[in-house]
Write a protein that binds this ligand. Structure first.
Ligand code: GLA
Length: 705
């Protein structure tokens, strides 16, 4: 008689059945089931009898399939001892249920291996956290070849997959495919989370922004990994997320153990917005470091304003100009440290450059504080330039293969973060920097791929990633109030494990607002607005060359953690005023934007809409923007979801109105004063604002009356 267990959270139930042999089977990961439902009914309804030409004991997709019992899909675990990997075969030893958690212990007594699977469901949001710990009970080592964080047998409705592609400055390009025989898989070997990220979703064919069933999976890991959805000839489908390990990378010592990263998964029956609805509050309460999770100040970042050309005087001038438009944090990007004049030297030498700052950073910090701002600074701790004092002193500290060339990328090499002496040295340098200077914020960058990913000639990518976490953890312990941003050539290190140590990510080096509509939208699938760095950049944009109106750029950036990344002194007075107005709007609305419920969608004719509704639905702010010319001059109305059906709302359109559209608005006078509509009209009829032209962005404020 199988044993049945379930855990519930939010609108979701996760239920399993455990037989005597094999790993437990998934009965249900989906809509919350009635408390008194007899789980054996699901089992009885879904079991099938034997088929021709299959093992005599039918093999069903389990939560941790191994090859030894006749599972011919991708196994959850494989490795080598004398008997070889194909021999692993589990029986379920114990199942423990603690409140929201299920801990399942599997054992292979012949191979002397144990696995502890941990599933924890968040009571409020239903987000499921899954990881595995693998124990070697033998006196001989076990070489782990793969170990999944999550294996999820998929329901038959999941016929599509939504996944991401991405590259430098072109992050977050979604594509949707019908699952077909064989496998969809995405393997990342770059040593960072990677530009495409580590999230995918399976959906029913009709699922969209607001409707339909979706299962989303995110692997919280900032290094090499593999995401996989396999469709077997039997029609069985399995999702698998875990580390990508090179042969020999992880060896379990006698009696040793290894813990996989955590994978997070959620079910939504309300399309992609239901996924965000689960992940955003979960990230806010269970991922982000709480002591650093303060109000998001408006940033100024010196990169696209000055690049490497600055000194103390010019930075002070920039700081004054930034404070004038309402900036609250002044971030000095690359170039402040010993001898750094371009990207060819000095990474590793984290001392203040005395030619640029004769008296250290103190005078600049004092100036910044007097202007009412705090100071942030850029670092890239894991990297070293061959032209640096650090490299000259310790040429063996970088990741390299013995007796081989040391190929660079952006003229730099990766430090071997798996070595404690390397981490100790970096800790000492950065601890000194933070102890001697009043620095509130670190932009932590990582501008290289990890290759060859070895330490002492053995594959070591996972250990190097864990070394970075360890350095961040010790710096955070020593300086708990310093906020950290995760940047990696833009958006190549955006994941929930790095976000346990950071407060925001830099999703792309592209500040082109049209690109950013897409990039921020997809980063938003699991990340709340306040974690997504969004800067108003120059026009023409330095990466794409595109010219865009200031109001459009500022509005798109307001729907993130707002910053400015250009020289405000080079703006004409009108643009400077428009920027300052939007900084004030952001300050006004950030309480709502950074705590509310976010819904995103595309209108029937391709306008991108976002609404952030307060928890009690008393207030909302929407951004509707058009990145391409609409097919018709009469654009489709914008309908607003997420409001209180019974309420009426006063609608105002914060100024300045988009230049290109304002002549065409109906009844300008009435709109200038604000208008009142019932939620039903806003939902069903929608608002017909002039929205046909590209680069039009309306801000729409709704307040319950
Ligand atoms: C990377 C980052 C940029 C900037 C530069 C500085 O490219 O993504 O934002 O900090 O490094 O060198």
């Amino acid at each position: 008689m199988p044993r049945y267990e379930r855990i519930d959270g939010g609108r979701t139930t996760f239920a399993i059945a455990a037989d005597e042999s094999g790993a437990p089977r998934l009965l249900h990961f989906g809509i919350r089931l009635p408390n008194d439902l007899d789980l054996s009914e699901i089992d009885a309804a879904s079991r099938t009898g034997p088929r021709e030409s299959t093992p005599d004991v039918p093999i069903e997709p389990s939560l941790y399939p191994a090859a030894g019992m006749g599972w011919f899909g991708e196994p959850a675990i494989s490795g080598v001892r004398e008997a070889g990997d194909d021999a692993i075969s589990w029986s379920t030893a114990t199942i423990e249920r603690r409140d929201q958690a299920l801990v399942i212990r599997l054992v292979d007594r012949r191979m002397l291996l144990r696995v502890e699977l941990s599933y924890v469901i968040d009571p409020e949001t239903g987000v499921l956290a899954s990881r595995a710990s693998i124990y070697n009970d033998d006196e001989k080592a076990f070489r782990l070849q793969q170990a999944a964080s999550l294996c999820l047998p998929l329901p038959s409705w999941a016929t599509d997959i939504l996944c991401m592609s991405g590259d430098w400055s072109r992050e977050a390009q979604p594509f949707r495919l019908a699952l077909s025989p064989g496998a969809w898989s995405q393997t990342n070997r770059t040593g960072r989370t990677g530009f495409p990220g580590s999230t995918f979703a399976v959906l029913e064919p009709t699922a969209g922004d607001h409707t339909g069933r979706v299962l989303a999976v995110h692997l919280a890991w900032s290094g090499n990994h593999r995401l996989l959805v396999e469709t077997l000839p039997s029609g069985q489908r399995m999702a698998n997320a875990g580390l990508h390990l090179a042969p020999g990378e992880v060896e379990l010592a006698p009696r040793g153990f290894f813990e996989t990263p955590t994978a997070y998964a959620c079910f939504s029956d309300r399309g992609l917005n239901g996924v965000s609805d689960a992940f955003h509050p979960f990230v806010r309460t269970s991922i982000l470091p709480q002591q650093m999770n303060s109000m998001r100040r408006v940033h100024f970042n010196s990169w696209e304003a000055a690049y490497f050309s600055f000194d103390e005087t010019s930075l002070k001038e920039l700081a004054s100009a930034a404070a004038d438009i309402g900036i609250e944090r002044f971030v000095v990007d690359d170039g402040w440290f010993a001898g750094r004049r371009d990207d060819t030297s000095s990474l590793g030498d984290w001392r203040v450059d005395r030619k640029r700052f004769a008296n250290g950073l103190a005078p600049l910090i004092q100036h910044v504080h007097q202007l009412g701002m705090d100071l942030g600074i850029w670092i890239e701790p894991e990297m070293v330039n061959p032209d640096s004092d650090l490299y000259r002193a310790h040429p063996d500290w970088c990741v390299h293969a013995r007796n081989a060339d040391r190929p660079t990328m952006r003229n730099q090499l990766w430090l071997d973060m798996s070595r404690s002496e390397v981490r100790d040295h970096l800790f000492e340098q950065l601890d000194r920097l933070l102890s001697e200077n009043d620095i509130a914020y670190l932009k932590w960058d990582c501008n290289r791929f990890l290759f060859p990913a070895v330490s002492a000639d053995m594959p070591a990518a996972a250990h190097i990633t864990r070394g970075t976490y360890a350095l961040m953890d010790s710096l955070r312990m020593a300086h708990p109030n310093v906020e950290i941003e995760s940047c990696a050539s833009g958006g190549a290190r955006v994941d929930l494990e790095i976000l346990k140590r950071t407060t925001r990510v830099w999703p792309s080096d592209s500040t082109d607002a049209i690109e950013r509509v897409r990039i921020q939208c997809w980063a938003n699938l699991i990340l709340p607005l306040e974690t997504i760095g969004a800067h108003v950049g120059p026009s023409p944009n330095p990466i794409t060359g595109r010219e865009l109106p200031m109001a459009f750029r500022a509005r798109v950036a307001m729907f993130g953690h707002l910053g400015v990344e250009m020289d405000p002194r080079r703006l004409n007075p009108k643009d400077r005023e428009t920027l300052a107005i939007h900084i004030a709007h952001y300050k006004n609305f950030r309480g709502l934007l950074h705590s509310g419920r976010l819904l995103r969608w595309r209108s029937e004719d391709g306008a991108d809409a976002t609404i952030c509704v307060s928890k009690n639905a008393d207030e909302a702010l929407a951004l509707v923007c058009r990145t391409e010319v609409a097919s018709h001059a009469q654009a489709a109305p914008i309908r607003f979801p997420g409001l209180d059906h019974a309420a009426r709302y006063r609608i105002t359109l914060p100024e300045p109105w988009p230049e290109i559209a304002k002549r065409r608005i109906h009844d300008t006078e009435a709109w200038l004063g604000g208008r009142t509509f019932s939620a039903r009209v806003l939902e069903e009829t929608g608002l017909s604002l002039p929205l046909a032209d590209p680069q039009t962005a309306w801000l729409i404020h709704l307040a319950r009356i």
